[in-house]
Design a protein around this ligand. Structure first.
Ligand code: RAM
Length: 359
């Protein structure tokens, strides 16, 4: 934490001079700082679970991508919670999920605007680190949600569901659908996305189990959370691997584009597709027989928890250390290893239950 007069100097620098100069002058960009990215960023201060929830704060949300319906729903959940808690919500962010430089400059903008806390879904685990550390050294609380950076670059990570659970269950869902036999592929988001890469790691591990001995992962393609690129990548997968039996797409943009392609092709119902999608995007493809089952958590609840975590950090009720607890709405959450807070379990959607969901 910077001394108050240094904080003022930093604020003046950030407001009046080039941001690069301000950032260098205010620390957070040295090699030494970046070195312990794996240590938790939980501040040395002690949490006071009984501290009052502060009002009048400003909480900035910075999703991977602003025009992605998944983030629209998640951030609306965040906005509702921030407003309910008596603080001000704002959202900034790039329109492409591969605009890492854009995300860095949005972190710097929020820092310059002196928000009290920010909730960030990282496009890339490393690229944002220096800017996030800069924010934290200016007293801003940093929560990652949906897609993490390194533990040392934020105070806490609000995870949508256990990463291991998500990776393994997607393989289980697809393997069941293809009768545990045949070639499969993954259609992911950006090649640098922390969340997708973590899930893919667990998918590969799950595939090592002997019950998948006849299932072969032939390719991981990247559609960059762009509808057109994901559509073309699906087409390319089928051309390159005519015997493909199934695709896992752990991204709401990817699974929708893949479903759209399959549904209008000779592969409809023959090449199985599962992964992470929103019920509203996927309803049509479940009903027309393109998709049997897929999964997701409720993005609005993720945004809600990210907002409540940000406010709890800014109020001093938690610091992000393992074992601390705090109340978000009616639920009490315990902070786990490396400052990770888990929202809960994902829901599997199929013809039987999809009409009960509207997001
Ligand atoms: C996309 C994004 C997001 C991911 C979901 C499942 O919208 O890549 O990060 O969590 O899919």
């Amino acid at each position: 934490m910077l001394k108050p007069n240094l904080r003022r100097t930093c604020a003046a620098l950030a407001a009046g001079t080039s941001l690069a100069l301000a950032l260098t002058a205010c620390g957070g960009t040295t090699k030494k700082d970046v070195k312990d990215d794996n240590a938790s960023a939980a501040s040395a201060g002690k949490a006071d679970p009984n501290a009052a929830t502060k009002k009048g704060l400003t909480v900035g949300f910075l999703p991977k991508q602003v025009n992605n319906p998944y983030f629209t729903t998640a951030d609306k959940g965040g906005e509702k919670a921030v407003t309910e808690l008596g603080s001000t919500y704002k959202e900034v962010g790039p329109s492409s999920a591969t605009d890492t430089a854009g995300q860095v400059s949005y972190v710097n903008t929020l820092t310059q605007q002196r928000v009290n806390a920010m909730a960030v879904s990282a496009q890339d685990p490393g690229a944002l680190c220096t800017a996030l550390k800069q924010a934290m050294s200016n007293g801003i609380k940093v929560v990652t949600y949906d897609s993490d950076t390194s533990p040392g670059c934020r105070n806490a990570f609000v995870s949508q569901a256990g990463a291991e659970d998500l990776g393994r269950t997607e393989v289980q869902l697809l393997a069941e659908q293809i009768g545990y036999k045949g070639e499969i592929a993954i259609l992911s988001a950006a090649q640098t996305a922390t969340n997708q890469n973590t899930w893919i790691g667990y998918m590969k591990d799950e595939l090592k189990d002997p019950r998948y001995k006849d299932v072969r992962l032939v390719k991981i393609a990247y559609g960059n959370d762009d509808a057109q690129q994901s559509f073309q990548q699906t087409q390319g997968l089928l051309q390159e691997h005519p015997n493909l039996k199934g695709i896992i797409s752990p991204t709401t943009v990817g699974i929708k584009a893949a479903a759209q392609y399959l549904s209008g092709s000779k592969y409809k119902g023959k090449v199985k597709l599962t992964g992470l999608g929103t019920p509203n995007d996927m309803r049509k493809y479940v009903k027309n027989g393109t998709v049997d089952a897929f999964e997701l958590w409720d993005p609005a609840k993720l945004g809600d928890l990210a907002a409540r975590t940000a406010v709890a950090l800014a109020s001093g009720q938690i610091t992000g250390k393992e074992g601390e607890t705090f109340k978000a709405g009616t639920t009490t959450y315990t902070i786990g290893k490396d400052g990770v807070i888990n929202l809960g379990k994902p829901t599997v959607f199929d013809t039987k239950n999809i009409d009960q969901f509207d997001f």
